[in-house]
Design a protein. Structure first.
Length: 146
């Protein structure tokens, strides 16, 4: 009887691990690239910025190791106040990003660009606004291609 209980627990545990995704190897570069694109476009939409322009449409692998690649994506937009300071625009985008996806600041040296990363999605965003102009670019980590 005890043996059957242990067997049942083992089968249930294995099924739970399979369903929960344990052992998942994470996203591919293409999957993370699509997520990156979605995060940046949602960031611009949620920020209600003006005249969004895609400056890097991404969509191609940039090889960075055997069987691995990165993807990129970038956009710019105008602020309603043309004289808005870059640091203020970047700070605004950090606040808006909290409504889009879970990123953490990994580098912020004052008026320089702000780097944010999401381990969950394998993506990095760089906020590098200029006077009156939002600028966001991103890249995925070096991820498997398949």
């Amino acid at each position: 009887m005890a043996r059957l209980v242990r067997l049942g627990v083992t089968v249930c545990a294995a099924a739970l691990l399979a369903v929960s995704g344990c052992g998942d190897r994470g996203p591919t570069a293409a999957q993370a690239g699509e997520t990156l694109k979605r995060h940046i476009t949602e960031l611009m939409k949620e920020g209600h910025v003006l005249d969004v322009k895609i400056t890097d449409p991404g969509g191609r692998d940039i090889h960075c190791g055997e069987g691995k690649a990165k993807r990129t994506f970038a956009a710019t937009a105008r602020d309603a106040t043309p004289e808005s300071e870059p640091d203020g625009l970047n700070t605004f985008l950090v606040g808006v990003l909290a409504r889009v996806a879970p990123y953490r600041i990994v580098e912020d040296r004052g008026p320089a660009p702000i780097r944010l990363a999401s381990k969950e999605y394998g993506t990095v965003l760089i906020l590098e606004s200029s006077v009156g102009q939002y600028k966001v670019r991103g890249e995925t980590e070096c991820l498997r291609t398949s």
